[in-house]
Design a protein around this ligand. Structure first.
Ligand SMILES: [Zn+2]
Length: 610
């Protein structure tokens, strides 16, 4: 390290010429300002002992308390102690002990200009939050709830694009990776909601602790922060400290003096100092290993691979730069120069709906749509849709009457089994590649290629139904809504629905019904749940509670343009104190009567409906 950072000693004092992305060259003074590492690396560089905070001198036996966060250690004093090595070993050891550090002879950062090593330790989402805080929390939850119940719940979640179903449960997992911790974090709250605790204790504090930890983690991952989001992080941290003693009452903990738990108390000041935590997440550098090492290696003939790998990387980089150049020229020609300050980008890159060019099945009989897809009121729903579209000014009752005289001139339809949502992975080597970030499956029971039965899957979705200014509904969706206002007026804000069938109307029917044109190529048959604006919010989980909308014993249904569908949404059932064994992942949406809207299934959804 000393050898690697040696050039910084001069460059930090005298400056060096560096060129930036816009082609300008400037004199820059690079200094060691951030040290990205995991906990053992941080203690190593900070010369602190295991079990201590690498930033501040918090006492070890109080390190888990909220109040234990102190000012960083004094780098100058530490350097002074390190320099006392000239005075002999005994003197050196004594000086280091009184400065609170381990006596280390060669410290690579000691001679760097303007160094303040204790102000250079950065947050680390992967190791501190996922492999630290969350890992501990999961083991405590397992200890208090019991693996049998936890695993039984894991097996009974409805499928969703953002949820990995652990059909064998999570208790048998060994060496859980950061990715798996991320996957578990998406349904961890569902594992404790309504659960029965030993000794009949209330689970409120348990649920609140889990929610607080998840809030903290999700907020800490935001790529943008405001004072408001930082205050929310602070609230989450406080809620964790306020409720965590449940684990002491239940006897799985005697204390919380764990350095990683202490460290998250530094997050707010660190984010204010360094910017968002995602800049320092070791996950990204570990991820680049795939693009830059594994893929590069795969491109070689595996003999004398290093020169081939560097050549490959060099070419890849030049192609990327060229691509960016082309894009910039395009933007300039479109009069959207790069240097104009745009409004704050949204938290997550924009998502777009993508449908396949061709339907999954052509000519599916209406009978099958009724029976296999479960769209049991397809014809009346379609008739209402047509009547309303033809007469936007009609009231609900008028639409109902008009719908009876609509004749459906076909008995087969083309159907689609999937809606995809794509976005860009800003961290990918090629950030212009589209990636599928969400999808909705609408698939009746069928046989796979080994002739094994695959259960039906009809995903649930968030649907834009009302054009109030807060729901973000604009442009085309707003126009669509105005047409269906009287049909959808029972829904305000964001709707929740189960998609039973996605289809297109035959062109002859479109010509017949809508001679003036019809812009909606794809339509969906939806069964409605309580809209979010009317759904009660559970006090401890802070999640919306919904159930199916039923009128006169029948599920409430509509046909809507697919363009109104905003994202998938994971609903998990109200399991009760003990999960009913008759439920399964593929039937739970049918059997359960009450659901929680899992806002934690996806970071996009979290930032939208939390
Ligand atoms: Zn500290």
């Amino acid at each position: 390290m000393q050898f690697i950072v040696k050039p910084l000693e001069r460059a930090g004092k005298e400056g060096i010429i560096l060129s930036s992305g816009d082609g300008a060259t400037r004199r820059c003074f690079p200094i060691l300002a951030a040290y990205v590492g995991d906990y053992p690396e941080q203690t190593l560089v900070g010369l602190t002992k295991k079990g201590e905070c690498p930033i501040c001198p918090a006492p070890r036996n109080e390190i888990g308390n909220r109040e234990s966060i102190l000012e960083p250690r004094d780098t100058d004093k530490v350097i002074e102690a390190l320099n006392s090595i000239d005075k002999g070993a005994a003197e050196f050891t004594k000086a280091c002990a009184s400065a609170g550090i381990k006596p280390v002879q060669c410290v690579f950062w000691k001679n760097l200009p303007f160094v303040d090593i204790y102000r250079s330790i950065t947050p680390d989402i992967l190791h501190q939050l996922y492999q630290g805080l969350l890992k501990h929390l999961i083991s405590w939850v397992r200890a208090v709830c019991g693996d049998a119940e936890i695993d039984a719940r894991c097996r009974r979640f409805p499928p969703n694009h953002n949820i990995r179903l652990f059909m064998n449960g999570i208790s048998h997992l060994s060496r859980v990776t950061g990715t798996e911790h991320d996957q578990i974090s998406r349904f961890l709250l569902a594992l404790v909601t309504d659960i029965r605790l030993p000794g009949g204790q209330s689970n409120a504090r348990l649920v609140r602790t889990v929610r607080a930890v998840l809030d903290f983690i999700y907020l800490a991952r935001y790529p943008i922060h405001t004072s408001e989001t930082l205050a929310q992080m602070d609230d989450a941290l406080q809620a964790f400290h306020d409720n965590r003693d449940i684990f002491i009452s239940l006897g799985v903990r005697t204390h919380f003096n764990i350095p990683k738990l202490h460290n998250i108390g530094h997050y707010l000041e660190l984010i204010e100092l360094f910017g968002t935590a995602d800049n320092f997440n070791t996950e990204y550098t570990e991820r680049l290993h795939i693009d830059m090492a594994k893929e590069a290696y795969a491109s070689t003939n595996f003999k004398d691979e290093f020169p081939q790998m560097t050549l490959w990387l060099g070419r890849k980089e030049r192609m990327m730069q060229h691509q960016k150049y082309i894009r910039r020229r395009l933007e300039t020609s479109l009069n959207t120069p790069l240097h104009v300050q745009k409004p704050l980008p949204s938290l997550i890159p924009e998502r777009r709906q993508r449908m396949t060019k061709h339907p999954t099945h052509r000519a599916v009989p209406l009978n099958d749509i009724h029976n296999k897809y479960g769209a049991t009121h397809f014809v009346p729903a379609l008739s209402r849709f047509i009547a309303q579209y033809q007469n936007p000014e009609y009231s609900k009752a008028q639409v109902e009457t008009a719908s009876h005289s609509i004749h459906i001139p076909f008995n087969k339809l083309s159907v689609f089994h999937r809606i995809k949502f794509v976005s860009y992975d800003v961290y990918a080597l090629n950030p212009l590649d589209e990636v599928v970030v969400d999808s909705i499956h609408v698939n009746p029971v069928h046989l796979d290629k080994y002739r094994k039965v695959v259960p039906a899957r009809f995903d649930t979705a968030i649907i834009n139904v009302a054009p109030d200014n807060n729901s973000g509904v604009q442009g085309a969706s707003r126009q669509v809504f105005m047409i269906f206002k009287s049909q959808l007026s029972f829904l305000i804000g964001l709707g929740v629905g189960q998609i039973r069938c996605i289809f297109t109307l035959p062109s002859m029917a479109v010509g017949l019904w809508f001679p003036g044109g019809f812009p909606h190529q794809h339509l969906a048959y939806v069964e409605w749940f309580t809209p979010l604006s009317r759904a009660p919010v559970d006090r401890n989980t802070k999640l919306f509670k919904v159930s199916r909308l039923v009128t006169q014993g029948e599920r409430r249904v509509s046909i809507i343009p697919v363009s109104l569908i905003r994202s998938s949404v994971h609903l998990f059932p109200k399991f009760g104190p003990q999960v009913p064994t008759s439920w399964s992942s593929s039937t739970v949406l049918e059997y359960a009567t009450s659901f929680y809207v899992n806002a934690l299934s996806d970071r996009f959804l979290y930032s939208t409906i939390y």
